[in-house]
Ligand binder design. Structure first.
Ligand code: C2E
Ligand code: MG
Ligand code: MG
Length: 724
């Protein structure tokens, strides 16, 4: 048979024929068993023999295989975890060494359709006594089942089965190897950590199936945004991680994080319903924030916590002064619980004024908490903490009762608005709580306005609809707060019976900037609201130029500092004269965008001196600085904002101890309403200058400029207090 002919071709002398005949028939029988197949190649690497059964298994005609170079017929799997060296078969054959258990599949196009058949190929070079190479003789085995299982195990070990993203194990390993390699190459790498906001609600109200579906859609969206810029993993639950090699520009990273947040926050179609979630993002960058993977992961975790605490839907860069916020939140929650029990919380009221006649038509109740050590804690900090626990229930109930009671002391034309958290709104018994607050205070239902945000539409829509209907039946008014910041779906407006839209402050903040669309959006929202028979309140008007714009755009009701900040009930009562409550606008002519008054000690470097100064006012393009006297205009400085953030600047104004400086390169948003430099001085650069290579430690200013000065200081430093 075939094998016999083959053996005759090269092997034996006549004397051995009997034993060769026996061997051939044994081989024939062996081929029949199907345990393994036999193959041979000639000295040129051309396939000269293959068990016919092998061709059958490969689903290829034997003649199309024979006579072809083995290296062209079979290919190794680039994803084979055991062949990561990536050496192709041809390379191995060329070495004329032994080949042992190389897994290959047929490379011919006809064999590539359907399920791949994987062969394990072994072979021995045939070399005669004169050292001449005659090709290979070997065996092949169908290992498809085992190989497929191995690949699957491998996939399971590296991939998250639900989303197909890398899993935690793989991400950890990747990060470790990337960081190790980058440290040597002095390269940078960013790590983004994501945590979905309100995912739990979707899971709870729509079911796990829906939750799984949602996670898959999230993964898909992340793949689309990140593309080949980085590697994405799902660490478990609703936690995702992205490794972004060679990224350290915080301007670009901030933009990317914003994009991720926006895309994740778009509604998800699930079955016939829609689910809405958000995400918070924490970013840490090696080598600045950590050199080792553990350090960098912790830094990005802390940044993520900070982002979540900052009100969700935000990104945050790691900075050394971020404390372990989780612990912090737990402490805050304890204190808040105590404060509520001890009746230490307050409710202040911010007037809503009718532009036409300056009459106060309503007041929004805003919670205030003065902590004995921390001072005033902003509601933007403690409300989210309460929302994460069940404390928001009693907290909200307290506010509702107090507001209704206080409002009964106001003129009847003045309404009271109370903020209601989504979690509070969707909880059982909310309607009863509202009814009870009205009943016990005696407030007319149409004087109570509940301010809801779009997140109430997150939950089960039937329950939400029922709650809306029940509230309408009681006769309270409903307002949609922060409109324009969330999902701003017009379908909510159609389905829910709102009496009012509140235009978010963020549009007003930017409405005076020429190239902004904010003013147009304000016009659109007001128009929409009027068309639907709703009122509109524009929030956050601080200056006259803003007032003029929103007025021109059709605004009638304003809530903003230009008229009044929130005030305690005693002040409200003192303001109410003879049943008429009017407020004249009073404030700056122009809104100054993006300026923050502050008191922050920083360093300023001139020559080889480092002076301590205080930043009073920081914007993207410049700062006001206090602490140096007699600095001429035009003096170049380097401002040291700490943590490797050095800003080249020039003095534009100089008056006494006050300097106005302009930055050579503008700062970028740090995601938390603050500003930071795009780039930082690399720890590699510092290491090259003789500093030990460490990531930037807490609170430390850049160690630059601490070298012993060689010339006397040129400017006089003066002490400035935190007072003014
Ligand atoms: P909100 O409901 O959108 O309230 C408006 C916020 O904008 C208030 O911040 C108010 O002080 C501020 N504001 C109004 N006019 C201006 C202005 O001209 N300039 C500036 N810079 N800010 C202005 P506040 O009091 O810090 O409250 C923040 C958020 O905390 C509120 O946003 C609301 O979502 C939440 N909150 C406050 N009190 C309660 C409460 O009793 N229950 C619930 N669930 N949330 C509350
Ligand atoms: Mg509100
Ligand atoms: Mg608002």
């Amino acid at each position: 048979m075939a094998v016999r002919n083959l053996l005759k071709g090269f092997a034996g002398s006549a004397e051995n024929l009997t034993s060769d005949g026996l061997r051939a028939s044994v081989l024939d029988d062996f081929e029949q068993t199907g345990i393994a197949w036999i193959w041979a190649s000639d000295a040129d690497g051309v396939l000269s023999y293959l068990s016919p059964a092998a061709a059958t298994a490969l689903d290829v005609a034997l003649p199309s295989l024979l006579g072809q170079p083995v290296a062209n017929l079979f290919e190794t799997d680039p994803d084979d975890p055991d062949n990561r060296s990536g050496r192709p078969l041809g390379f191995q054959l060329k070495t004329r060494g032994r080949i042992a258990d190389v897994v290959v599949r047929c490379a011919l196009p006809e064999a590539r359709t359907g399920k791949p058949v994987w062969l394990s190929l072994s072979g021995q070079p045939k070399i005669d006594s004169s050292g001449k190479f005659h090709g290979y003789r070997g065996a092949a085995k169908d290992v498809s089942v085992e190989y497929q299982r191995k690949i699957e195990d491998q996939r399971l070990a590296e991939f998250d089965s639900l989303t197909g993203l890398y899993n935690r194990h793989r991400m950890n390993r990747r990060l470790e190897s990337v960081l190790a390699a980058y440290k040597a190459a002095k390269r940078v790498c960013a790590l983004m950590m994501l945590d979905l906001d309100r995912f739990k609600q979707v899971n709870d109200t729509m079911g796990h199936q829906a939750g799984d579906n949602l996670l898959q859609q999230v993964a898909e969206r992340l793949r689309n945004v990140i593309g080949d810029r980085g590697e994405i993993g799902r660490l478990g639950g609703d936690e995702f991680q992205i490794i972004l090699p060679d990224m350290d520009d915080r301007g670009k990273l901030g933009e990317l994080a914003d994009k991720v947040i926006q895309i994740i926050s778009q509604p998800y179609p699930i079955d016939d319903k829609r689910a809405i979630i958000g995400t918070s993002v924490g970013v840490a960058i090696a080598p600045y924030d950590g050199l080792e993977s553990e350090e960098l992961v912790r830094a990005s975790d802390l940044a993520l916590y900070a982002a979540k605490n900052g009100g969700r839907g935000q990104f945050r860069f790691y900075s050394a002064d971020l404390r372990d916020e989780e612990e912090e939140r737990a402490l805050l929650l304890d204190d808040l619980r105590e404060a509520l029990a001890a009746d230490e919380l307050q409710l202040h009221y911010q007037p809503v004024v009718r532009i036409a006649d300056n009459h106060v038509v309503g007041m929004e109740a805003l919670m205030r908490w003065e902590h004995e050590e921390r001072g005033w804690v902003p509601p933007g900090t403690f409300i989210p903490v309460a929302e994460e626990s069940s404390l928001i229930g009693p907290l909200g109930e307290w506010a509702l009762n107090r507001a209704c009671r206080d409002a009964t002391e106001w003129p009847e034309t003045v309404r009271v608005a109370v903020n209601v958290s989504a979690r509070q709104f969707t909880a059982n018994g909310f309607v009863d709580i509202v009814a009870a607050a009205l009943e016990s205070s005696g407030l007319a239902p149409d004087r109570l306005e509940l301010e809801l945000t779009e997140s109430v539409f997150m939950g089960d829509s039937e329950t939400t609809d029922a709650t809306f209907a029940a509230l309408k039946k009681i006769g309270v008014r409903l307002a949609l707060d922060d409109f324009g910041t969330g999902y701003s779906s017009l379908s909510y407006l159609r389905s829910a019976p709102f009496d009012k839209l509140k235009v978010d402050k963020s549009f007003v903040d930017s409405c005076t900037q020429k190239d902004q669309n904010s003013a147009k959006i304000i016009t659109a929202i007001i128009g929409l609201s009027k068309a639907l028979g709703m009122e509109t309140t524009v929030e956050g008007v601080e200056a006259f130029d803003q007032l003029e714009i929103v007025k021109a755009r059709g605004a009638e009701l304003i809530q903003g500092w230009l008229y009044a900040k929130a005030m305690p009930q005693a002040v409200v009562l003192a303001n109410i004269h003879s049943g008429e409550f009017k407020i004249e606008p009073n404030g700056p002519d122009k809104h100054r965008a993006d300026r923050r008054s502050m008191f922050r000690k920083v360093g300023i470097i001139h020559g080889d001196h480092r002076y301590d100064v205080v930043i009073r006012d920081l914007s993207k393009n410049g700062a006001f600085i206090e602490g140096l006297v007699g600095v001429p205009k035009g003096t170049p400085f380097v401002l040291d904002l700490g943590g490797g953030q050095l800003v080249v600047c020039e003095v534009m104004r100089s008056e006494g101890a006050q300097l106005g400086v302009e930055f050579e390169t503008p700062l970028v948003s740090d995601g938390a309403g603050g500003l930071c430099t795009r780039h930082r001085v690399s720890p590699y650069a510092l290491a090259a200058a003789g500093m030990p290579l460490t990531s930037f430690a807490a609170g430390g200013a850049t160690p630059l400029g601490q070298q012993a000065p060689s010339s006397p200081p040129q400017f006089m430093q003066v002490q400035v207090g935190s007072g003014g």
